[in-house]
Write a new protein. Structure first.
Lengths: 232, 531, 116
């Protein structure tokens, strides 16, 4: 039995080595680059077409917004999964308002003080990243993740579970619904009031905001579920 | 307007999730009915005036993300929409019909539509990833121990498999600088040395082979499709429809690479091995759901054989078999759910007297079984006839007959449930909705068989002429096979022994991944030798 | 060091992840290996069409050419999907561990059909 396990292990190591070598060999000796039509088209005229100065933002909010819808769906589905497959199986009532969850002695004083100071700035930079997503690096996903770290810092300072996850969850569904509707109406059906750059930019900012808050609520739910439900 | 086929189920699923259950049921039924009509409309448009195309945002074709409905995909969309209506009718009175369930159920429909329609590689990746999550939630909906384990295996194996696809897409994008399948297909002719697309081909085919569950990679399928506590509707969707998205992607991807790489022979043999292994494993099972699940492996192998015979009639026969398999396999899973509810066991050796206890369910089961074994006048016979017509080679015919014999044998085992003594007096009370849905599907397998020739022309614009003499000959072969099957059953299978032991063989998670890597290396090395 | 670029390192990371998946029985390590593997793909992807003298694709075109925005946009999507996948994997694992006390991939599933 031990012997066969050992051979199996060697086979597996060999597979990984051989695989990597074969792929690197084939890749470095035969791979070619023919053309870059997609890149040429998308970098040529994106400002006039979408109103975004950031090409990456233009792609995921306008050219390929169809992907983004399913990316948002993925987050919705993950949150549903995290809540429903969780072993604790109980909604928020059980762990809510437990006084003795407040264990300040485990937290370093320095962290508590510093986090308290950083907290508003984290929120600020998150919002900035979201709103300026179409003119500078950033956007809804990145900004939403930064906003969610604000909640994490809050947890480090004040580890208590007084958030109503139910409301956040409903908010997330609602936001997802809006995220679905907005591109359908504006990009696919072209129901926008006028076809100007300004209108495009309003659309971009709105969608970025929606995505930002959606990602924020999704990630916060996942984080708080992990901290307070899975960690028992 | 193709995008509404993808997004409408998701939006209505979301709406149904927020309103109360009674309204939701009505809403979903009405929606699904209208949706079926719309799918019909799309199908007719494609049939009469050629392929439909939708480019997101109206950007030029090739750079925009596009959805594309050609004859094959519009048929897939059509039958997915129709079967979903039957599944919905089946499910509405069941205990698991809760908001979470029907939300996921509708989302899965939208995702499947997306997989059938999408013409963009990265978009397909996103659909695959999201649908993997949705399916694993549906499998684990009861949160029973075995279900969580099965769901976990399914989830991890498929996520890792999809990472291969992403790598393939990266290499395709590096080579061609675009993501649209049709454009890449055109650009593929510029490739001078086929060796430069070996890697993306191997990466993408590994994922597709995993999704279609061919030989070394099928070990997740019985776990996922045969999960004991998963609702029967979920098993029916997975085995009837969802697995077809893998086969469909196989068709799309091999077309995409057609001018550079041709692997007919390899996948033909893979298909044959898959279907042999599938029915041998099916013979060793006791659990009716597992029998059906392993049987799906075998039938998918047959479809792969048909697709890779390099003949037109066999190709369309295989496509038609995709459709037929969806009918009878979902019928069998639906009735298996009803049988389990009544008998409270899934052991095929303990269920007896189905004709006396639940006659209508037994009729539906029998119709589906006649279909799957390819009895004359049933749909299976037409598609199997077409596949067999793809070759005049003697040895290939023998291979096909071996597969058919295996199918027949495992279903003779399954058919023993129908006969025998009624364990309790009287008839069972069955939910009328579930019963009518499964009966509808069962009758469909007879009707699509009787009108097989016309249906094939109607659905695929492919004319089949069934030669009556040859058809009768096939009928005689069928009867002989039944007799041989019964003989085998009484001689070997009944006593179990070695077959049961084979049936209980399975790969661990690590071994599954090892098989996947091995398969990938095999593809790369084989292709390097070939070209 | 022409040989050590993002693409080669990406391929190596991918196979390191696969090595972990093939040999480690612990479910937690499986999730980690999966993340490593995905990072390999991400790295490979964003190295495509990269050249040292290009500028980020923001604002109007200047004298230097734009870097390719497509891989970045695609990878945002893929990374968000990766987050979802990791979270889901961890939840399933925690459920399995807390309810049934199992942290490793077992050899055999419970036999079915015979338990009634």
């Amino acid at each position: 039995m031990m012997q066969s396990n050992k051979t199996l292990r060697i086979v597996r190591v060999l597979f990984a080595l051989v695989g990597a070598m074969v792929v690197i060999f084939t890749f470095s000796s035969y791979s070619v680059k023919l053309d870059t039509p997609l890149m040429d088209y998308l970098t040529a005229d994106f400002y006039a077409q979408t109103g975004a100065q950031n090409a990456v933002g233009a792609i995921y909010l306008n050219y390929r917004v169809f992907d983004t819808l399913f990316e948002a769906l993925m987050l919705v589905v993950s949150v549903i999964e995290v809540i429903n497959v969780s072993w604790s199986n109980i909604h928020s009532e059980k762990y809510q308002y437990e006084e003795n969850n407040l264990q300040k002695k485990n937290n370093s004083e320095i962290i508590t003080r510093m986090m308290g100071m950083i907290y508003p700035f984290v929120l600020l930079i998150g919002l900035y990243t979201i709103i300026n997503g179409h003119v500078s690096p950033g956007g809804g996903f990145q900004g939403g993740a930064i906003l969610a770290t604000a909640l994490i810092t809050r947890y480090l300072v004040y580890p208590n579970f007084d958030l109503n996850l139910d409301i956040l969850e409903r908010l997330e569904k609602l936001l997802f619904f809006c995220i679905l509707l907005l591109p359908i109406l504006y990009i696919f059906m072209e129901l926008g009031p006028s076809d100007s750059i300004l209108m495009d930019q309003i659309y971009l900012i709105t969608l970025n905001l929606l995505i930002g808050f959606k990602v924020f609520s999704g990630l916060s739910i996942i984080f708080y579920r992990f901290v307070f439900y899975e960690n028992q | 307007m193709l995008y509404s086929l993808v997004l409408a189920p998701i939006i209505f699923g979301l709406l149904a999730y927020v309103v109360n259950k009674k309204i939701a049921t009505v809403l979903l039924l009405v929606f699904q009915f209208l949706f079926g009509l719309y799918a019909f409309y799309v199908f007719f448009t494609v049939n009469s005036s050629g392929a439909l195309l939708w480019n997101a945002g109206g950007y030029p074709d090739g750079v925009a993300l596009s959805l594309y409905a050609d004859p094959i995909s519009s048929v897939m969309v059509l039958f997915t929409a129709i079967f979903y209506f039957a599944f919905l009718v089946y499910a509405i009175r069941q205990t698991y019909f809760k908001p979470l369930f029907y939300f996921m159920f509708m989302v899965l429909e939208g995702l499947m539509m997306g997989l059938f329609l999408s013409s963009d590689l990265f978009n397909i990746f996103v659909f695959l990833e999201v649908s993997t999550v949705v399916v694993s939630i549906l499998i684990m909906i009861n949160k029973e121990k075995q279900a969580i384990y099965d769901g976990m295996i399914y989830f991890f194996v498929n996520v890792i498999g999809t990472a291969f696809l992403l790598f393939g897409i990266a290499m395709i994008y590096r080579t061609f600088g675009m993501l649209d399948i049709r454009m890449i297909q055109e650009a593929m002719s510029q490739i001078e040395d086929p060796k430069s697309v070996i890697l993306p081909y191997a990466f993408m085919m590994t994922t597709v082979s995993l999704k279609t569950a061919v030989t070394p990679l099928f070990s997740w399928l019985p776990k996922a499709h045969g999960t004991p506590s998963a609702p029967p509707v979920v098993s029916a969707i997975l085995s009837g429809l969802y697995i077809k998205s893998g086969v469909y992607l196989f068709i799309r991807f091999s077309n995409m690479y057609a001018s550079a790489i041709d692997m007919h022979e390899f996948f033909f043999w893979i298909g044959f091995i898959t279907s042999t292994v599938g029915f041998v494993m099916a013979l060793g099972q006791h659990d009716i759901k597992l029998i059906l699940a392993y049987h799906t492996v075998s039938q998918v192998g047959l479809i792969m054989m048909g697709l890779n015979m390099a003949s037109e009639i066999a190709f369309w026969g295989a496509v038609y078999h995709i459709f037929n398999h969806a009918i009878f396999k979902s019928t069998l899973f639906l009735t298996a759910g009803l049988i389990y509810d009544e008998y409270d066991t899934r052991d095929v050796y303990q269920i007896r007297g189905l004709f006396k206890r639940m006659p209508l369910v037994a009729i539906a089961t029998a119709l589906a079984m006649l279909g799957i074994t390819g009895a004359p006048f049933f749909n299976g016979s037409i598609s199997k006839y077409m596949i067999a017509h793809g070759t005049y080679d003697y040895s290939t015919t023998i291979l096909l007959n071996i597969v058919n014999l295996g199918t027949t044998m495992s279903f003779i085992k399954y058919a023993t449930m129908l006969f025998g003594k009624n364990p309790k007096e009287g008839r069972a009370k069955i939910d009328i909705f579930a019963l009518s849905a499964s009966l509808f599907m069962g009758v469909a397998s007879l009707i699509t068989g009787i009108f097989g020739e016309r249906l094939s022309e109607f659905l695929f614009n492919f004319e089949v002429h069934v030669n009556p003499e040859e058809y009768i000959q096939k009928g005689i072969v069928y009867v002989l096979m039944i007799i041989a099957g019964i003989g085998f059953y009484n001689g070997i299978i009944k006593h179990g022994g070695i077959l049961t032991r084979i049936g209980h063989l399975e790969l661990t998670f690590n071994a599954t991944i090892t098989a996947m890597v091995g398969y990938f290396i095999l593809l790369v090395v084989y292709l390097n030798f070939l070209y | 060091m022409e040989f050590i670029n993002g693409e080669i390192v990406g391929i190596l990371l991918f196979f390191i992840g696969l090595y972990g998946l093939m040999t480690k029985k612990s479910i937690a390590k499986t999730i980690m290996s999966m993340s490593i593997m995905e990072s390999g793909v991400f790295l490979f992807f964003i190295t495509i069409n990269y050249s040292t003298n290009s500028v980020p694709p923001i604002g109007q075109a200047q004298e230097a050419s734009f870097a390719d925005p497509v891989p970045s946009a695609l990878m945002i999507t893929a990374i968000v999907i990766g987050i979802g996948v990791t979270a889901i994997g961890l939840t399933m694992f925690m459920h399995y561990k807390q309810k049934h006390g199992i942290t490793h991939w077992t050899r055999k599933r419970a036999q079915q059909g015979s338990d009634h």
